[in-house]
Ligand binder design. Structure first.
Ligand code: COA
Length: 250
């Protein structure tokens, strides 16, 4: 579907790799669609027991592609790919593990709020500049981040756009562990293999008990999405996107 998402199977582990190096793994509509598809296919396949998200060295993701945002800001249609992916993420029936190195902006941060285990490297910074872009939190982060981090840390992250280093994220409960860059994928895949070795039925129930019903989170993603779509067409957002596009012009 797109060469920017590579889906690979290693035994019972499905790896979904963001692979758009030249754009720091900014996520296009085609990439959201490919990730939603991979989650659906993996969830439906009894041989897959865990999904793993990985990026490229130095970039997990720079967030939503701002060119795509600009198109919507200028009157284009936003499409259903983002919603399809976020719904698949929130409803994923198999555990989600992520390995984050370097850039983790916007959805590159909020995706991890849905993961069961996230590993990140010392050079990682989690950042969500939604408000600076004239936007609002997405992916259920307005519900999940206050629950995980406490309100004030969530406010600093989501509203002020203050970054969290990997160690701060670990201490705040946002991620599971900090590992060196050259160990990231080994540790992530070892954790995925440990998950895949657990009795799947017991694990499924344990996970469902801990995550709770999905209705509230799906409703929040939809509610955020309504605001988000409206904000994309706001003067504040248009000005921020234009500033990003023009930043390299002298
Ligand atoms: N959407 C589209 N393109 C993006 C992008 C995004 N979110 N993030 C980075 N890119 C592109 C840049 O335009 C640049 O493309 P070019 O080489 O054709 O000019 C390329 O990726 C490299 O980015 P650059 O800014 O030169 O790299 P950097 O290492 O100096 O900075 C970031 C990396 C992520 C800090 C910076 O690119 C950035 O702030 N990006 C926007 C992040 C963002 O606001 N995301 C939306 C969150 S909701």
């Amino acid at each position: 579907m797109t060469e920017h998402i590579i889906v690979e199977r290693r035994g019972a582990v499905q790896i979904i790799r963001l692979n758009r190096r030249d754009k720091r793994n900014a996520i296009t509509r085609a990439m959201y669609a490919a990730m939603a598809e991979a989650l659906a296919v993996g969830d439906a396949d009894p041989e897959i027991r865990v999904h793993v998200f990985l990026g490229v060295p130095g970039a997990f993701s720079a967030g939503n592609d701002l060119t795509d945002f600009m198109e919507v800001a200028m009157g284009g249609e936003s499409g259903s790919e983002v919603w399809d992916f976020l719904a698949a993420l929130a409803k994923a029936e198999k555990p989600l593990v992520s390995g984050v190195d370097g850039i983790a902006v916007g959805i590159g941060t909020t995706l991890n709020l849905h993961c069961d285990l996230t590993f990140a490297t010392p050079s990682t910074v989690f950042r969500t500049p939604f408000v600076d872009l004239g936007l609002v939190p997405e992916a259920g982060s307005s519900l999940l981040a206050p629950a995980i981090l406490g309100y004030q840390r969530a406010f600093a992250l989501l509203a002020l756009g203050e970054g969290l280093t990997a160690r701060q994220a670990r201490d705040a409960g946002l991620i599971h562990a900090v590992v060196e860059e050259d160990q990231l994928e080994t540790e992530v895949l070892a954790a995925a293999a440990r998950i895949a070795d657990k009795p799947p039925e017991a694990l499924k129930i344990a996970r469902e008990l801990m995550r709770g019903p999905r209705d509230e989170i799906l409703a929040r993603i939809r509610h955020e999405g309504e605001h988000f779509k409206a904000r994309l067409k706001s003067d504040e957002a248009r000005a921020a996107f234009t500033a990003f596009m023009d930043r390299k012009k002298s």
